[in-house]
Design a protein around this ligand. Structure first.
Ligand SMILES: [Zn+2]
Length: 522
């Protein structure tokens, strides 16, 4: 994947079609694709909103499209498609090409079209990191743009959809973790396969199997669950090891490419950890340095929270032991972290399968993995994300409560055209406008979006008696030229533009406003 802020420089003769997912307002699925076909240096798009923060802005008066933080590009040369473009770190090019060669040999043996890979240019990525003294440094990383072609694996009219890894939870219920093939749309998988036991539809038996495969008939879209031992027989003409390789081929390729991108890397531990100890340590790290998913670590660099915690709990070798000891001394697990972990587990395990989880395969896998008492390294990434997911959930609840209390207190202020703390012109007076005194406010939220005319800041201000004012501003500075800060008190002057209503909260829009820090106004 590329970042929307990357700069792509295609090599000679190569064309790179860069596609940003455009999200409809309030949705987390792309509704259309916005092409920025570029043969030359591409102008970087600035990230405004990601699916993660869309929810809190749902229904507000933002623009109708949103950009995602990561995007896809494909490449072609002389009209021939070369495949999807990946940004590969230079030190990972060699190991990746070894892996791809191995996959190509495997593909040829299995009778499917082998992947091809071609260098098509350079990706420049802005990075920032803290040096040993804690000072932020900015630098530009040069990555290789590698176009990789791959095929969808289909055998005897069936496509491999997912590997189901099943286990019994602490409550004795059977649940599957879905490892979905990257070419499959998550939402395609019927919910019944989340909790279906280790059944083989091919031989009709149910017995202890850790792994089953979900296949879909291309003809009518129907699904079948097949046991590992029956897979060879099911697809015919392959031995069982080859059949399993075929089933996991697409996923293996995707994992190899993901490992080759950016930096990071999985901790290679094989033991399991108590889920409460694991999540308590995750809570500690999130509190100290924020949440970093494995996906974000791959693209942005740095170490994923889950891997940092695995390293801390199961260091391998002297160097890791040293690092683990430093981490434990610098950010000890506190009582509040364990409380947070317990509350997180209670929330995840209490999710309602129909109303809370619904179509979300992410939430399902989180629910399934958290129903166990232990964490395996393979599941560490998703289990660790529970803490951040719970915090987002709490944030939404708080936001809703705040909105409810504002709905009760907020009243429209003045009338359209009225001036706040400035002067009435002759025209104002003719129109019957009034002059209001400057209004003390608290800046409660700063948002914004990238529009055709540059960046627009959306500022929410609340008066001392709980009325809401909104200002669409081209700058985010106060009267002293300092950056505005959420939670700070200001004195507002300007004019009243309109009266509106959002989710039952009366809002007064202002224009040509100035915010003077309350401290400076005294
Ligand atoms: Zn079977």
């Amino acid at each position: 994947m590329l970042k929307t802020t990357d700069t792509i420089v295609p090599s000679r003769n190569a064309q790179i079609q860069w596609t940003h997912g455009v999200y409809e307002y309030g949705s987390t699925k792309p509704v259309s694709l916005h092409d920025s076909a570029e043969a030359a240096r591409t102008e970087a798009h600035r990230l405004t909103y990601s699916p993660d923060n869309l929810e809190e802005h749902r229904g507000e008066q933002w623009p109708l499209v949103q950009y995602t933080s990561s995007s896809r590009a494909t490449s072609s040369r002389d009209g021939v498609q070369l495949g999807q473009v990946y940004a590969i770190a230079s030190e990972k090019l060699k190991p990746l090409s070894t892996k791809l060669k191995r996959l190509a040999t495997k593909a040829a043996k299995l009778g499917i079209e082998p992947p091809t890979w071609t260098e098509v240019g350079i990706v420049e990525r802005e990075r920032q990191e803290r040096d040993g003294l804690g000072v932020k440094r900015f630098w530009t990383q040069r990555l290789t743009a590698l176009a990789v072609s791959s095929t969808t694996v289909a055998v005897a009219g069936y496509q491999f959809v997912a590997t189901l890894e099943g286990f019994k939870g602490e409550d004795g219920e059977y649940r599957n973790v879905l490892r979905i093939n990257p070419s499959i749309e998550d939402s395609l998988i019927p919910h019944e396969y989340r909790e279906r036991g280790p059944v083989c539809d091919h031989c009709g038996t149910e017995r202890r199997r850790n792994q089953t495969f979900l296949v879909r008939k291309a003809e009518d879209g129907s699904f079948l669950q097949v046991g590992r031992n029956c897979l060879a027989d099911f697809i015919g003409g392959k031995d069982s090891a080859d059949a399993a390789r075929l089933a996991s081929y697409e996923r293996d390729l995707a994992v190899a490419l993901a490992d080759g991108e950016g930096g990071g890397g999985y901790a290679s531990v094989s033991m399991s950890t108590s889920i409460l100890a694991f999540l308590s340590t995750v809570a500690t790290h999130v509190r100290n340095s924020g949440w970093v998913s494995r996906g974000a670590a791959r693209i942005d660099g740095g170490q994923a929270t889950a891997d940092e915690v695995l390293l801390r709990l199961h260091p391998v070798g002297a160097e890791q032991e040293q690092e683990a000891a430093t981490l434990a001394a610098e950010c000890p697990v506190e009582e509040r972290d364990t409380a947070e972990a317990e509350a997180t587990l209670e929330w995840v395990r209490g999710l309602d399968v129909d109303t809370d989880i619904g179509d979300s395969d992410y939430l399902w896998n989180l629910y399934a993995t958290c129903s166990l008492g232990t964490v395996q390294p393979k599941e560490a990434g998703i289990v660790a994300s529970a803490v951040a997911a719970y915090q987002r959930h709490l944030g939404k609840l708080r936001q809703r409560e705040r909105q409810q209390s504002l709905a009760e207190t907020s009243r429209h202020i003045g009338a359209k055209g009225d001036k706040i703390g400035t002067k009435l012109t002759a025209t104002d007076k003719r129109k019957g406008a009034n002059l209001l005194a400057p209004i003390p406010v608290t800046l409660t939220r700063i948002g914004g979006f990238e529009g055709h005319y540059g960046y627009t800041w959306i500022l929410q201000l609340v008066t001392t008696d709980g009325s809401v004012l909104k200002w669409f501003s081209s700058r985010n500075t106060d009267s002293q030229g300092e950056s505005l800060t959420e939670g700070e008190d200001y004195i507002l002057t300007g004019s009243i533009k309109s009266h509106g209503d959002y989710k039952g909260v009366a809002e007064t829009s202002v224009t040509r406003a100035t915010l003077t820090p309350a401290a400076a106004a005294k």
